[in-house]
Design a protein around this ligand. Structure first.
Ligand code: 13P
Length: 232
């Protein structure tokens, strides 16, 4: 892995393959030359269509079984066979919208590692936990499920900062990233409303090994600026 990590999580966007190809081509051109490990997590269906210079591909989720009667699921080997080298597990949208538990997330991470994929393992507290001062406890519990491996990177994504335009403060990020490093000793990315306007300030926080970017990763010029801040 070269340098810090700049990861684009497109979530369930863009709406068509034509737009996905166009967006990916723009991103490929604009990120060229940045001394970072660059990752793109498009929706599953676009994975086999994309082959990008200098950008590794990953899936936004994976199932924990290798094959069989699991309608609608996608296995680690299937992802590998269409070009993915990474997967995200435990994103808060899967934990909170789909209802995935820590145990399920752990199984997904283990299955992905077994297949030779690298893993971004997401953790993060909800607003009531932060307000009650329970954020470290909540994340500590989530971390107890993380398989410690050189192929795992943790992403700290406070749920209240995702898609809200309200990022965690540098102090909050510094505290949590130091805590995560002390517990598991892995690289830690920050995610949650990373934008061009805050990238420089957040990239300067100690123990930030990169960013996992949602909304702004759909805007290639802004995404390039975020990459420049990380590469400084
Ligand atoms: P936003 O950058 O849109 O807040 O999303 C963050 C995220 O969930 C990345 O996985």
């Amino acid at each position: 892995m070269e340098g810090r990590i700049l990861a684009a999580n497109w979530k369930m966007n863009p709406p068509t393959k034509e737009e996905a190809l166009k967006l990916a081509a723009e991103m490929e051109g604009l990120l060229e030359g940045l001394p970072l490990t660059k990752l793109l997590f498009p929706p599953f269906v676009y994975l086999p269509l994309l082959k990008l210079r200098g950008i590794e591909l990953g899936a936004q989720d994976v199932f924990y079984e290798e094959k069989g009667a699991f309608t609608g699921e996608v296995s680690p080997l299937m992802l590998k066979s269409v070009g993915a080298t990474w997967v995200i597990v435990g994103h808060s949208e899967r934990r909170n919208v789909i209802g995935e538990t820590d145990e399920i997330v752990r199984r997904k991470a283990e299955a992905a590692l077994k297949a030779g994929l690298r893993v971004i393992y997401c953790v993060g507290e909800k607003l009531p936990d932060r307000e009650a001062g329970r954020h470290l406890q909540v994340v500590e519990e989530q971390l107890s499920y993380v398989p410690v491996s050189e192929n795992v990177v943790v992403a700290y994504e406070p749920v209240w900062a995702i898609g809200t335009g309200r990022n965690a403060t540098p102090e909050q990020i510094e505290e949590m990233h130091a805590f995560i490093k002390a517990k598991v000793g892995l690289k830690v990315l920050y995610g949650g409303s990373v934008k061009e306007r805050n990238a420089r300030e957040l990239a300067a926080v100690p123990n930030v090994d990169g960013f996992l970017v949602g909304g702004a990763s759909l805007r290639p010029r802004e995404f390039r600026k975020i990459g420049e801040a990380l590469a400084e």
